[in-house]
Design a protein around this ligand. Structure first.
Ligand code: NAD
Ligand code: UDP
Length: 322
């Protein structure tokens, strides 16, 4: 069933967040009727202000840990704080958001027969002992550490998605998203890209945790959204879990140096203790996405950082436009 003007009705939970807001924008451009659901814990109205004038866009304040009753054709489940300082702020709520949230949206999908997408994460691999990480790797995760509320919550959500798929024949899509960055990241979310850019723009010390040799692979948001949409619209047999991310791998020192020089900053580099359970390395094996979706990221780290720096610079000068 579609809405009155024959547009697919799509629910995006966490739609006012960084990734969710870009996804809502893309889905509107693709001709969908979009219902953005958010409790505004880390997302903001500013992220979606420019979409409010679109008659095919609607916002609902709701917490996914409570059941919801709406009529939709597709669901993208993005509700969950994603940065370590945000998800560790209220760890019990983080696990509830992943697990109760998944149960609620899966129940909704079961009743409405909607296709449902889960924003899973590279964190399901924990501190990986296999490098790069293919989807077949089952991970190396501490179940009782400070990151566990997020990692184990997301792992349990994957379990629920696959059980609903096997038990109730739900049409599911699960993507394991690797570190993604871009405009509308929260400036104070403590993630490395936003931290380094804000510090460099303010000429404040750039904070390297540990010795700065740990690695991450950074995907620009537009590339990621393209992969998400292709997975959702792909063959029904393509349930995932599927890695989506940019395989370019950088140490945190390399990232800091790149941001420093792109901005022409006067910031010094300072070293601080490495947080507990901080993964030493992370790089997606995206063979599956390349072969099944003909997808791979096209935006280089430097290009993506320039766009992101432009956003944060405007934010600091009080004229960011989302
Ligand atoms: P974000 O914090 O900007 O977005 C999360 C959104 O969910 C926010 O708008 C927040 O207010 C909302 N939210 C949180 N708890 C909620 C609840 N209980 N009910 C309703 N809304 C709630 O983070 P993001 O980077 O946009 O991440 C979005 C999703 O993608 C998350 O599920 C995250 O785990 C996943 N993900 C992101 C990355 C990344 O690098 N950005 C990587 C892997 C996975
Ligand atoms: N990091 C850092 N300085 C900062 C923030 C983060 O060196 O100011 C490091 C952090 O220790 C980790 C990497 O950057 O090794 C990525 O951290 P982020 O919180 O962005 O994401 P995640 O650890 O969840 O991949």
């Amino acid at each position: 069933m579609k809405n009155y003007n024959n547009r697919p009705r799509v629910l995006v939970t966490g739609g006012a967040g960084f990734l969710g807001s870009h996804l809502c924008e893309r889905l509107l451009n693709d001709g969908h009727d979009v219902l953005c659901l958010d409790n505004f814990f880390t997302g903001t109205k500013d992220n979606i202000a420019h979409l409010l004038k679109d008659p095919n866009f609607e916002v609902m304040r709701h917490d996914v840990t409570f059941p919801l009753y709406v009529e939709v054709d597709e669901i993208y489940n993005f509700a969950c704080p994603a940065s370590p300082i945000h998800y560790q702020h209220d760890p019990v709520q983080t696990t509830k958001t992943s697990v109760h949230g998944a149960i609620n949206v899966l129940g909704l999908a079961k009743r409405t027969k909607a296709k449902i997408f889960q924003a899973s994460t590279s964190e399901v691999y924990g501190d990986p002992q296999v490098h790069p990480q293919p989807e077949s790797y089952v991970g190396y995760v501490n179940p009782i550490g400070p990151r566990s509320c997020y990692d184990e919550g997301k792992r349990c959500a994957e379990t629920l998605f696959f059980d609903y798929h096997r038990q109730h024949r739900l049409n599911i899509k699960v993507a394991r998203i690797f570190n993604t960055y871009g405009p509308r990241m929260h400036p104070n979310d403590g993630r490395v890209v936003s931290n380094f850019i804000m510090q460099a723009l303010r000429n404040e010390p750039i904070t390297l945790f540990g010795d700065g040799t740990q690695t991450r692979s950074f995907c620009y948001v537009d590339d990621l959204v393209e992969g998400i949409v292709r997975l959702m619209n792909g063959d029904d047999n393509l349930t995932g879990p599927m890695n989506l991310g940019n395989p370019g791998e950088f140490t945190m020192i390399e990232l800091a140096e790149t941001i420093h020089s792109l901005i022409g900053s006067r910031s010094a580099f300072i070293y601080m203790p490495l947080p507990a359970d901080d993964p030493k390395q992370r790089q997606p094996d995206i063979t599956m996405a390349k072969e099944t979706l003909e997808w791979e990221p096209g935006i280089t780290l430097e290009e993506g950082l320039k766009k992101t720096i432009g956003y944060f610079d405007a934010l600091l000068k009080g004229r960011a436009n989302g």
